[in-house]
Design a protein around this ligand. Structure first.
Ligand SMILES: Nc1nc2c(ncn2[C@@H]2O[C@H](COP(=O)(O)OP(=O)(O)OP(=O)(O)O)[C@@H](O)[C@H]2O)c(=O)[nH]1
Ligand SMILES: [Zn+2]
Length: 303
């Protein structure tokens, strides 16, 4: 008998989609007519599928997505652990801030995890800690340090009933963290890297794994960040600390660039907004502005 079920795509493998329904996994395909419609099912998608067997089925529809990331390709993510190393690869606030903007745009909550603090001298560590902690105190992002007591328990507690992605530069320590969080996953990541060999991480597939009553996806690392696909006018909306003070700017549409009496610029001056965040905002603003010039229609020019 053909039965319609709803489940979540756990991984996709050459035309097949593994769909999780509770604890059960179904290997499904997308129907021909469905494939023509130009919507490709993504890992994380909630789908309706018909099944007349114990283990297989056909996807009939994708339920509306709450959000969608392009890199990694995944839908319906609640939160992201952004793994950033202090060295090897070297800390870059530009890269971090770009990642954060991409997440804010999709309403995905960032958790910031900093690795390799043990590899630097105490003075360097102290210098970085001041900066890192400001992401929590001045912006509000939860900060986790790889070498802090109890960091794994704290992170693990955050994973319950959530879909989490682990993001970060190649070599930042994503897989290392995941294996510490869930030692059962070690086998899976070990197998994959053996098959693909070193340095072929970019071809690695995204898949959701069960962890502490939630789901987590390790993702291929990146070595640089794509250009943000954002309209220049709304970039400011993805800096939460700007959004909080913006009502105090003189102009309602203040872009926090050249306008007088700007609360964001005042915040940078009095130390309540990180200087580097503002600098990265201005830089990104200019980049986006050059890419997509804003055409303003002159008043009265409509015909
Ligand atoms: N000393 C130290 N080494 C670390 C730490 N975290 C990760 N490493 C090492 O850094 C290297 C890269 O870590 P991975 O976990 O493979 O990094 P990744 O982010 O998964 O990298 P890709 O899969 O290539 O994207 C490994 O040799 C780890 O042992 C840390 O906190 N301290
Ligand atoms: Zn302003």
């Amino acid at each position: 008998m053909n039965e319609v079920k709803t489940g979540k795509i756990q991984q996709s493998l050459s035309g097949f989609y593994d769909v999780l329904v509770g604890d059960k996994l179904y290997r499904t395909r997308a129907r021909g007519n469905f494939r023509k419609r130009d919507v490709k099912p993504l890992v994380g998608d909630l789908v309706e599928f018909s099944s007349n067997g114990e283990k297989d089925g056909y996807i009939r529809s994708i339920l509306p997505r709450r959000n969608e990331l392009v890199r990694p390709p995944i839908a319906n993510t609640d939160q992201a652990i952004v793994v950033t190393s202090i060295v090897e690869p070297e800390f870059s606030d530009i890269l971090l801030d770009k990642e954060l903007v991409a997440l804010e745009k999709e309403h995905i909550s960032p958790l910031l995890f900093f690795s390799k603090l043990d590899l630097v001298a105490p003075e360097t560590r102290a210098h970085f800690l001041t900066k890192i902690n400001q992401y929590q105190t001045l912006i509000g992002y939860p900060v986790f340090l790889a070498d802090a007591d109890d960091v794994l328990a704290q992170l693990r507690a955050r994973l319950t009933k959530k879909q989490t992605v682990v993001l970060g530069q190649t070599g930042a320590g994503k897989s290392t963290l995941l294996n510490q969080l869930e030692p059962d996953l070690r086998l899976a990541t070990g197998e994959i890297s053996q098959v693909l060999g070193r340095g072929k991480h970019t071809t690695r597939k995204v898949s959701l794994q069960k962890i502490n009553h939630g789901l987590i996806a390790d993702t291929p690392g990146f070595s640089s960040f794509d250009t943000l696909n954002i309209s220049v006018k709304v970039l400011k909306n993805y800096f939460p600390e700007f959004v909080r003070v913006a009502p105090q700017c003189k102009y309602r549409e203040c872009q926090h660039i050249n306008e007088p009496q700007c609360a964001v610029k005042a915040g940078v001056k009095n130390g309540t907004i990180l200087q580097s965040r503002y600098k990265n905002y201005v830089q990104e603003y200019q980049t986006l502005q050059q890419q997509k010039p804003v055409y303003r229609r002159k008043k009265g020019s409509q015909s």
